[in-house]
Design a binder for this molecule. Structure first.
Ligand code: CS2
Length: 479
């Protein structure tokens, strides 16, 4: 049998580049890129995307030979749908040529710089929201502004070049699961700019825009098995394909420099004046329970989210978490029914076609916990509500970052603070000592929360329970 050919790009005319996107990972290719391609198909505009990898050449090496075309595979429980996306004009690997990236970002035709660089890519302190001026990449970028490493360093230097050239700034649009991601990005960009050139900081504060966004589509990492399945179904090899669920939701603050943006509203995005209620709903309901299921599910021996929620103890546990500890903390986002939103989430988690590994979601917990779980805990404590389920989730994370599973096998803990977390865990013998050492990590827990006696006691009880009976029994004990 002849081998399958590789996917190639069609001869359709290319729009000019209007967006530079930092972070060409699977989420961007499953979400931002198709939305933008569809918006242009509906309403036109020059919104081709130049995407930039800030670190490795891996995705470039897969995309380029295909002319930057790739397949977006929608995995519904009853089958797959395929769409080839051709909105990426080119892809650069920043460390190979930082100047080329800055040149493209300074092009007046570029109106938007968007980002999917994960939580840690913003180089901020998750507990306080401030820029980490002593982060190695930030320190490097302040010393070498012409050859940055971080997303923030690229954005500030490109804005500097635009200001010097008399060009209007671009809109900076973060698309990561950060709390209040627009204002947070504005704050870290201004912190950096202040340290670099206060006049530039004033100019950015005055002229630049940082719309907040809520982004949502479950997109597990693509595996070789996915690439093989696509080749079997479609007859071509696509090494850059992405797998995702049918659901998608994009809520965007309509706050762009000159109002310049693709017509995302024409293809289902919600342009609103206040994203925060939507962002809180999504971070706390979805990402909060995702992380809960990731740590406790992993410890219980489950490989994926759908396997974890197929265990009715886990499904009942997160239903209780939504009803009793998460939804009561939320403002009402316009047009949303929160109990229905949560019920729909459980259905999304149950989709057996999506193999979203607990281990993948467990990554970078130190960067995720504050906005996913700890803000919810703090609100409940203030209101005098229960926190037992959330405390079990936090304790699950603590048990996980100890790096040894319930059978004594090592856990491959991926986290920028992995070594410090492990050292804190190992610094004490008994559960209360381990919990105290982890609560003392100020990059994760604010002093207020860490010193709250109700929280401390609840996490210690939960951690002791997980350590003695295992995560599954601890979850069962909660329902
Ligand atoms: C997940 C998210 O990996 C994770 O931490 O919780 O990537 C989640 O799948 C997306 O936010 C869904 O929109």
């Amino acid at each position: 049998m002849p081998a399958n050919p590789t996917l190639t790009r069609s001869n359709a005319p290319r729009p000019k580049v209007g967006i530079v996107h930092l972070g060409p990972g699977a989420f961007f290719r499953a979400f931002n890129a198709p939305f933008t391609a569809e918006a242009m198909a509906q309403s036109g505009g020059d919104w081709g995307i130049l995407t930039v990898s800030l670190r490795s050449p891996d995705i470039r090496d897969k995309l380029k030979p295909q002319g930057c075309a790739y397949t977006s595979v929608t995995l519904a429980p009853d089958g797959a749908k395929y769409a080839v996306v051709e909105v990426i004009d080119d892809i650069l690997v920043a460390p190979e040529n930082p100047r080329a990236v800055l040149d493209r970002m300074s092009d007046p035709a570029v109106k938007i710089v968007s980002l999917t660089v994960t939580e840690k890519g913003y180089c901020y302190n998750p507990a306080t929201g401030g820029l980490l001026l002593d982060h190695p990449d930030i320190a490097h970028d302040l010393a070498h502004p012409d050859a940055p490493k971080s997303a923030i360093g690229y954005i500030v230097q490109a804005l500097n070049l635009r200001r010097l050239a008399g060009t209007a700034p671009f809109t900076v649009m973060p698309c990561d699961n950060l709390p209040n991601n627009g204002p947070l990005t504005r704050a870290v960009v201004l912190d950096f700019a202040h340290a670099f050139d206060p006049d530039l900081a004033d100019w950015i504060a005055m002229h630049c825009r940082f719309p907040a966004t809520m982004v949502d589509r479950i997109t597990p990492a693509t595996t070789q098995a996915d690439i093989d399945a696509l080749a079997a179904a479609q007859g071509y090899v696509d090494n850059a394909c992405v797998m995702h669920e049918p659901f998608r939701q994009w809520v965007i603050a309509d706050d762009f420099v000159n109002g310049d943006r693709p017509d995302w509203g024409a293809v289902g995005a919600q342009l609103v004046s206040d994203v925060e209620p939507f962002e809180l709903m999504k971070l706390r309901c979805l990402n909060g329970t995702h992380s809960t299921l990731a740590y406790l599910g992993y410890l219980a021996g489950y490989e994926t989210i759908s396997e974890t929620v197929a265990d009715t103890a886990f499904a009942q546990f997160i239903n209780g978490l939504w009803a009793n500890e998460i939804i009561p903390t939320l403002p009402q986002p316009e047009g949303e029914d929160l109990p229905r939103y949560a019920a729909n989430l459980l259905t999304r988690y149950q989709n057996p076609a999506i193999r979203h590994r607990t281990w993948q979601i467990a990554m970078d917990g130190s960067q995720k916990l504050p906005q996913r779980l700890l803000g919810t805990v703090a609100d409940n404590l203030t209101a005098g509500r229960d926190i037992a389920g959330l405390a079990l989730a936090v304790a699950g994370w603590m048990r996980y970052v100890g790096g040894v599973d319930e059978n004594g096998a090592p856990i491959d803990v991926k986290d920028p603070l992995a070594a410090q977390l492990r050292a804190a865990y190992d610094s004490a013998e008994k559960p209360d000592g381990k919990v105290a050492a982890l609560l003392a990590m100020r990059d994760v827990f604010t002093a207020d929360l860490a010193e709250n006696p109700i929280f401390r006691a609840a996490v210690t009880v939960a951690f002791t329970q997980i350590s003695t009976t295992g995560a599954r029994a601890a979850v069962t004990g909660m329902i």
